[in-house]
Design a protein around this ligand. Structure first.
Ligand SMILES: Nc1nc2c(c(=O)[nH]1)N[C@H]1C(S)=C(S)[C@@H](COP(=O)(O)OP(=O)(O)OC[C@H]3O[C@@H](n4cnc5c(=O)[nH]c(N)nc54)[C@H](O)[C@@H]3O)O[C@H]1N2
Ligand SMILES: Nc1nc2c(c(=O)[nH]1)N[C@H]1C(S)=C(S)[C@@H](COP(=O)(O)OP(=O)(O)OC[C@H]3O[C@@H](n4cnc5c(=O)[nH]c(N)nc54)[C@H](O)[C@@H]3O)O[C@H]1N2
Ligand SMILES: [Mo]
Length: 774
């Protein structure tokens, strides 16, 4: 492993998911971290009681299970954080900001851990060292100088611990705004909105144990082999005991087709030939709502036939009567949706939809899982509500082995929302804060990510503070987002690694280096644990294991406290006392956040504790007091008005996704093993028939231009066309390289989530280099 890219290659992958390839890859990352043995010891502590929570994904493990649980991509995340390479004052003395901007995202993060606070010196175009006190004072000055607290944006990425997130929202609300754009806005926001409306709580209703009892697991728009590798194990166990695993995904993702678990040596030797899935459906991008509507339409037809023949019912009538509202309106809408519309929009044949419905009906207990393939569309909220509708028809919510499972991304993104990182905070949270603390909190809604970018672009917001993440690259319409950050008076990034957000500087800019999940966090009261919440609402403690690379790094809670003191001055909250011992932060959480009573004692439990989920217990905290069927009309046309107004028919609909060697904007390497790509990222996967129809050849370099009627040119250049097994009319390419194509205005209705899985594009022969590379 080195930074020198190997010759770009493309050759379909024949192996299974996980297995030998994964072990080889992990070994490379270990060796490359420069401290392999220390990291191996650290890895053995990942997700173990007394160890640290994996900074990879939010998948949870069985709390009873003592076995070592880690995966290839968790190992990469650990090694990436626990590197010995450092980005220190000497590094910044060598490289100007303009020079750093010429480097790739991969190169930037590869340089190592940020080790000391730095301030941007515009005259020299360099970051120079700054003391922590001066950095905090600068932030305090800027924040106090604003006309209104609503002129500042406080971003959060989903790695922040519960303690850091709680303290952050406390400070920001004490300061006076609810401007909390966060990574969830770009991720599972639609799941939160849809589930809130349908079942009263915006989180998954299942626990790990439910996977052991399900008869069928439907996986919509998710690539677990790469993004949630630990999920492969329960899927595999489900198949072994005869349960069905049904995937809806336009791409035949390896992890959903075949896989091996690296901890099962025998299967590795036999090349994992067992098919994991029992069915694989390949919808059109954005076609899932139509597909699920079609399944419901079949169920309705069979229900009527059963009634006519006096056979056992298809629907769970007792559940529907006792627990739900709106079934008649919903079934009327199902009746009113024509089959032709369903088939055309879903991209599936009637026979395929019937097969999916048959499999669904056959299963007594069904779990529906989904991720970004459902959430990053304009109609994501009604799509997810349609999945809930389907589950409600057969009482598949709130009983063992059945339920709703939005599979979360960042390891603590769910916990951050629980802690109050929310631009639309529930009134109960605000009331609880005011009751506990001696100050007023703002009651009006704040900005989400899209609103924050607009506010910065228009000069309505002037300060940006990021608790983790890479705002410049994770957000849509990259040139505009960069401009938004650059037009701020101050940008501040609390980060572990160098990224492009640090190079899109406001007039003043700061980089504040923080400890990561793997680092030992020592405070006045001794080494501190933090807590996180996984996708199954399990709360557990995480203890850093490695000696921090530099004494100058501070913990996220300590940095937030430093900013708070410098900004708020004399204040009823004793920030220093909270930092000395995080138990005190947890006591505040216990006092103000529902479900956390007696937090410190309960989290000492090995494996942690379950927060509970009202929908999982069939308590419906909706306005109707019931689980609501949503009678949404299927979109007439998936193409947005702004695309149709261009008068141009898109060449392809593009989805932007993750390779196997990346964590969001963090690029670990240039390979995507399961898709057969080596040494390159600027590629477009397309169907060979489409490539030829459009007058190109596989291997040719092209530009992609997105269609949107606002006159702005959105283009990415010099991508290599790869002939791939993609349904016709579709294409796929990696994010963040393709974010310049996603218009800021193209977002989910009701969720504001950028439509990263549906971008209408035109292909042009590359302007620059048209040479072949294959
Ligand atoms: N190693 C690793 N792990 C990660 C991450 C990472 O970057 N790397 N990121 C983390 C984060 S923050 C998140 S949110 C999750 C993301 O996890 P995923 O949601 O699995 O991530 P994506 O790569 O965006 O993959 C989306 C999948 O949906 C499919 N898809 C796209 N559009 C549609 C559609 O319209 N319908 C259907 N049915 N399918 C569609 C794509 O083919 C792809 O398989 O992973 C988390 N875990
Ligand atoms: N086109 C397109 N865009 C997308 C998506 C997509 O599928 N397509 N997916 C969206 C999704 S699902 C998400 S979640 C967002 C992700 O958006 P973000 O969460 O903003 O992005 P990340 O790439 O996860 O952030 C990486 C940076 O976080 C910092 N970091 C890492 N660990 C820590 C830590 O422990 N503490 C602190 N303070 N900093 C840390 C490092 O400096 C690193 O450079 O991107 C979204 N953007
Ligand atoms: Mo995410």
């Amino acid at each position: 492993m080195s930074l020198q890219p190997i010759n770009p290659r493309y050759q379909p992958y024949k192996g299974a998911a996980a297995g030998w390839g994964a072990l080889i890859s992990v070994t490379r990352f270990w060796l490359d971290s420069k401290q392999p043995f220390k990291n191996l010891r650290a890895l053995l502590k990942t997700n173990q009681n007394g160890g640290f929570d994996c900074p990879g994904c939010a998948w949870g493990d069985s709390p009873e299970d003592g076995r070592v649980k880690f995966c290839e991509n968790g190992a990469k995340a650990v090694n990436w954080e626990a590197t010995k390479r450092r980005v220190d004052a000497a590094f910044f003395a060598r490289h100007s900001v303009s020079a750093l901007r010429q480097q790739s995202d991969y190169w930037l993060e590869y340089q190592g851990r940020l080790t000391e606070p730095m301030r941007y010196d515009r005259a020299q175009d360099r970051y120079v060292p700054v003391s922590w006190d001066d950095a905090f004072a600068l932030i305090g000055q800027h924040l106090r100088a604003l006309e209104s607290p609503d002129q500042a944006e406080f971003y959060t990425s989903g790695r922040a611990s519960n303690e850091a997130a709680y303290l952050y929202q406390l400070f920001v609300r004490a300061y006076g705004t609810n401007n909390f754009p966060d990574c969830s806005n770009m991720c599972h926001e639609a799941s939160g909105v849809a589930l809130g409306r349908s079942v009263g709580v915006g989180k998954g209703s299942v626990t790990f144990a439910d996977f052991e009892h399900a008869d069928a697991i439907f996986v919509f728009g998710q690539n677990p082999g790469t993004n949630h590798p630990r999920m492969l194990e329960p899927l595999r166990e489900a198949v072994q005991r005869g349960a069905q695993v049904v995937a809806f995904n336009p791409l035949k993702e390896r992890g959903l087709e075949r896989f091996q678990h690296p901890q099962h040596a025998l299967e590795m030797l036999s090349n994992g030939s067992r098919p994991l899935n029992t069915a694989f459906f390949r919808p059109a991008l954005g076609g899932d709502m139509a597909a699920v509507r079609g399944m419901a339409k079949f169920l309705l037809q069979w229900e009527r036939e059963a009634q006519a023949k006096g056979e056992p019912a298809v629907f769970d009538h007792a559940f529907i009567a006792e627990h739900t509202d709106g079934v008649d309106a919903y079934l009327a809408e199902v009746d009113a949706t024509p089959w032709e519309h369903i088939v055309e929009q879903s991209g599936l044949s009637l026979a395929e939809i019937e097969t999916a419905a048959t499999m669904y009906r056959r299963a007594e207990r069904v779990i529906a899982c989904w991720a970004m393939g459902l959430t990053q569309h304009r109609h994501s909220v009604p799509t997810i509500q349609e999945v809930v509708n389907l589950q409600l028809l057969r009482g598949n919510v709130g009983r063992p082995g059945a339920g709703l499972c939005p599979v979360r991304g960042h390891s603590n993104v769910q916990g951050d929302r629980t802690m109050g990182i929310n631009d639309r905070p529930p009134v109960a949270l605000l009331d609880a804060l005011e009751k506990r603390f001696d100050f007023r909190v703002p009651r009006h809604n704040g900005h989400n990510t899209v609103e924050a970018i607009n506010a910065m672009l228009e000069g309505r917001s002037k300060v940006f503070i990021g608790l983790g993440g890479n705002f410049a690259q994770a957000t849509p319409d990259s040139p505009r987002t960069h401009q938004a950050l650059e037009s701020c008076a101050l940008t501040v990034h609390i980060s572990t690694k160098l990224n492009r957000s640090h190079l899109t500087c406001g007039t003043d800019a700061l980089i504040l280096p923080c400890l990561g999940r793997t680092d030992i966090d020592r405070q006045a009261g001794g080494p501190q644990a933090v807590t996180v919440e996984d996708s199954f609402s399990m709360i557990h403690a995480s203890y850093g294991q490695l000696e921090p690379l530099s004494k100058q790094m501070r913990s996220e809670p300590a940095i937030v406290a430093g900013i708070a003191k410098a900004t708020l001055g004399d204040h009823p909250v004793d920030w220093d006392a909270l930092i000395a011992n995080y138990d005190r932060i947890r006591d505040l959480i216990a006092d103000t956040i529902p479900g956390f009573a007696d937090f410190n004692r309960r989290v000492a439990n090995p494996g942690g504790f379950h927060l509970g989920n009202s929908a999982g217990e069939r308590r419906w905290t909706t306005a109707t007091g019931k689980a609501n069927f949503a009678a949404s009309v299927l979109p007439a046309d998936l193409l947005p008005e702004q695309v149709r107004q261009t008068g141009e028919k898109p060449d392809l609909i593009l989805q932007t996704l993750r390779s196997h060697d990346q964590y969001n904007t963090t690029v670990y390497g240039l390979d995507d093993r399961y898709r057969g790509v080596r040494g390159q990222r600027e590629v477009v996967f397309a169907n060979e028939a489409d490539i030829r129809r459009l007058g190109f050849e596989p291997g040719q370099k092209i530009d992609m231009v997105s269609l949107w009627s606002d006159g702005v040119e959105r283009r990415v250049s010099n991508f290599t066309l790869l002939a791939f097994d993609v349904p016709e009319g579709q294409a796929a390419a990696y994010y963040p390289e393709t974010n310049p194509l996603v218009p800021l205005e193209s977002h989910g209705e009701g969720s504001f989530t950028p439509t990263s899985k549906f971008v209408a594009v035109r292909l042009e022969a590359a302007r620059e280099d048209a040479s072949r590379i294959l």
